[in-house]
Design a protein around this ligand. Structure first.
Ligand SMILES: O=C(O)CCC(=O)C(=O)O
Ligand SMILES: [Fe+2]
Length: 460
């Protein structure tokens, strides 16, 4: 199954379409002299095939954690770069947001006739493609697959491998103002474990003007664009793929299924002790049941008794947390079960459940292997988030239709409000990336704000 929801969808060649007459003429893009040099080509080819590092002037090939090539001053003319930037900034951009990313993407670049955009496109998919094909010793197709992206404050593209039928080599050309790692927006490269799952970031590339980055799309090419932290700069880039025969992929790793514990029988004393008495009233329960049957979702505000809610809230501070990954599927902290204080233990899961902590950088992703496991389920989430958690921080749960990206429902965390959602086989959920806005600005230093939730899933 092809990977879903990648930043740019694969673009097909329009062989049948006639070339439209345009009023603008194409501006030739000069590429840096390295690309024309036979000797350079030979040595890069040799180094890439041997998986060894190689540097020659503005070109650097590094094979850790996976082979990638950085070419500084890629375009020969500064004026060309400036004009290209200007043309790109004048395009229409569309806000793109899902589990994996939040950024702005331009109109389709394949058909643009601006002189510098079309000039670059011709150079990349013409001369440069031939050079790259020779370096990698593969036949790269003339398929044009390129788009322009703008990442601004809190924008992000989480861990992914770019894998999609036909994509062989990924490229990114940065068109950024002077940029530092503290501005965020680095291209982070992950190591992988023996089952090809991403592990940790071992290299972060800081974008810089007129630098081209290339890497082969492979089972280990996991990378991310870290959250942009600067509030006043825009990370502009052109990115896309050279198409060709895909590298062989091992079967997708599914990871062990999460163990399910049996449902505890209903315990009246426990309910009386913990739950807000309004929810124990039979006629109110009937009303809730009716509403839930109608809409498959409901929020039970003030679910726990005030004093119980407080008791748990205080106990949450004493828990030990463990990071949950891998980063292509999820990133948050889960409570280590044996460190749970007594009052929290009472609320431990009856089926599949966790006590989770969410802070800047946390998320879960829709993943192909999870999608194929989807089944009817009842989700219960009880957040402990304080009154000041805002929706723009992220951390809300989105329900989407499998395969399509149609958003069905968004559940925002609300203190002591039990959210119940009954979902069918075609419905998947993810927790939206918790961004930098969640850090609170106290006396000129940023402090990490986090929230907790008890998350239970009941299966049929
Ligand atoms: O902009 C970057 O540095 C990487 C972009 C990327 O990974 C993608 O578009 O798939
Ligand atoms: Fe990518």
């Amino acid at each position: 199954m092809a990977s879903r929801r990648r930043p740019a969808d694969s673009v097909k060649t329009d062989k049948k379409k006639k070339k439209k007459k345009t009023t603008t003429s194409e501006e030739t893009a000069e590429l840096c002299s390295l690309v024309g040099d036979e000797q350079v080509k030979k040595s890069v080819q040799e180094a890439w095939s041997q998986r060894t590092a190689h540097t020659q002037g503005d070109l650097e090939l590094d094979c850790q954690p996976f082979p990638h090539c950085i070419i500084k001053n890629f375009l020969g003319s500064e004026t060309f770069v400036e004009n290209l930037q200007r043309e790109l900034m004048e395009l229409n951009f569309h806000e793109k947001s899902n589990d994996l990313y939040k950024f702005k993407q331009s109109d389709d670049l394949k058909k643009r006739t601006e002189p510098h955009i079309s000039g670059l496109r011709a150079a990349l998919f013409g001369r440069f493609r031939s050079w790259l094909g020779e370096v990698l010793q593969v036949e790269l197709e003339p398929v044009v697959d390129i788009s322009c992206a703008k990442y601004e404050y809190t924008d992000v593209l989480l861990c992914h491998d770019d894998e999609l039928e036909g994509r062989r080599v990924a490229f990114i050309l940065y068109l950024v103002p002077p940029w530092q790692s503290s501005d965020g927006g680095t291209l982070d490269l992950y190591t992988t474990d023996s089952s090809f799952q991403p592990q940790s970031i071992v290299k972060s590339l800081v974008p810089s003007l007129n630098t081209l980055v290339l890497f082969e799309v492979s089972p280990v090419s996991f990378h991310q664009v870290s959250e942009v932290l600067t509030r006043d700069k825009c990370r502009l880039s052109l990115s896309g793929w050279f198409h060709g025969p895909s590298l062989e992929r091992p079967p997708r790793h599914r990871g062990p299924p999460i163990p399910r514990s049996p449902h505890l029988p209903r315990d009246e004393t426990l309910l009386l002790e913990w739950v807000n008495p309004v929810y124990l009233d039979i006629s109110y329960q009937e009303q809730i049941q009716e509403e839930f049957e109608d809409s498959s979702e409901i929020q039970l505000k003030g679910f726990l008794k005030e004093e119980k809610f407080k008791e748990v809230k205080e106990a949450l501070a004493q828990i030990q947390w463990t990071k949950r990954g891998p980063p292509n599927k999820r990133c948050y902290e889960a409570a280590t079960m044996n460190t749970l204080p007594q009052c929290v233990k009472l609320s431990t899961p009856m089926c599949c459940g966790e006590l989770r902590r969410w802070s800047n950088g946390g998320y879960t992703l829709l993943h192909d292997t999870e999608a194929s496991r989807a089944e009817y389920a009842l989700d219960l989430v009880l957040p402990f988030c304080g009154a000041d958690w805002q929706s723009e921080f992220g951390g809300f749960t989105c329900y989407v239709a499998n395969e399509e990206d149609e958003e069905l429902l968004t559940v925002y965390p609300e203190d002591n409000s039990l959210a119940l959602v009954y979902r069918d086989k075609e419905t998947l959920k993810f927790v939206k990336h918790v961004n930098h806005k969640s850090l609170s600005d106290s006396e000129n230093s940023l402090t990490c704000r986090s929230f907790y939730d008890f998350s239970f899933v009941y299966y049929e």
